[in-house]
Design a protein around this ligand. Structure first.
Ligand SMILES: *[C@@H]1O[C@H](CO)[C@@H](O)[C@H](O)[C@H]1NC(C)=O
Length: 245
């Protein structure tokens, strides 16, 4: 009997308990990860936002130029914590798309704080590669800032952006991108990309985003280059611009 007891205890402590503890830990991590990422995205987003504040002002300065002035339909993909709300014209109706549902409460808070005069029409939890939830030609404006570095398929996302834009509608973008081909920075970006990707939630540091945007078939594309004001040299080379459907 005593021997059997001992064996049961041994099995429990050395085999079952660690397995149960590990499973519990995985459950907790699975629960926490999107919440922590949403919180981190809000904090990091604010810092990145501050590092390109001037360029964002320039990008969004004429947001409603050539577009209807009443109830501008804006879709923001990878809306994060909604920091771009600040730039949207009064009365515009915003649809926020993000794969992390926990961003919703940050988006609502930032809307209230930054620009209560815009209307948050809907928050949709989803990926921009497949926006079948939106009909063709439903938006005047599509916006993304620092999202194309992390999407699974840049080309697919851009095709979807073009599809959901109304004819004459505008796509506003801002991203950190690959450095010039033969530069030493590019060499480092290529070597460090796998490591960076693993550490930074699938963010790529060597994507040639401007050339992909040019390939999609917009009627016009305007790209401006700038350096992100950060000490992290790997993500310095950046672009912002607009393209018209
Ligand atoms: C929507 O746009 C896509 C791509 O431009 C096209 O293939 C499809 O037929 C369109 N769908 C409708 C319902 O018009």
């Amino acid at each position: 009997m005593a021997v059997q007891d001992f064996e049961v205890k041994t099995i429990f402590f050395y085999y079952l308990f660690p397995v149960i503890a590990l499973l519990l830990l995985l459950r907790v991590l699975k629960y926490l990860k999107p919440r922590l990422l949403a919180c981190g995205c809000n904090a990091i987003g604010k810092r990145i936002h501050a590092k390109c504040a001037t360029e964002k002002e320039q990008l969004f300065r004429h947001l409603d130029r050539d577009l209807p002035h009443h109830k501008l339909q804006i879709l923001e993909i990878g809306a994060g914590s909604g920091l771009n709300f600040k730039f949207y014209p009064e009365g515009s109706e915003i649809t926020s798309l993000d794969p992390n549902q926990h961003h919703k409460k940050y988006i609502e808070t930032n809307r209230d704080k930054l620009n209560p005069k815009v209307h948050l029409k809907q928050f949709v939890c989803g990926f921009a590669e497949d926006m079948s939830c939106f009909d063709n030609e439903s938006f005047d404006v599509v916006v993304e800032t620092f999202v194309l570095c992390s999407v699974r398929n840049t080309e697919k996302v851009l095709q979807e952006v073009k599809r959901v834009l109304k004819p004459g509608g505008k796509f506003f973008f801002m991203d950190h991108v690959a450095a010039e081909h033969s530069s030493s920075l590019r060499w480092f970006q290529n070597r460090l990309n796998p490591l960076w990707k693993a550490a930074a939630d699938d963010c790529h540091i060597n994507r040639e985003i401007a050339s992909t945007i040019n390939k999609i078939g917009f009627s016009s594309v305007e790209v401006n280059q700038f350096n992100l004001n950060t000490f992290i040299v790997l993500i310095k080379p950046s672009i912002y611009g607009t393209s018209v459907k």
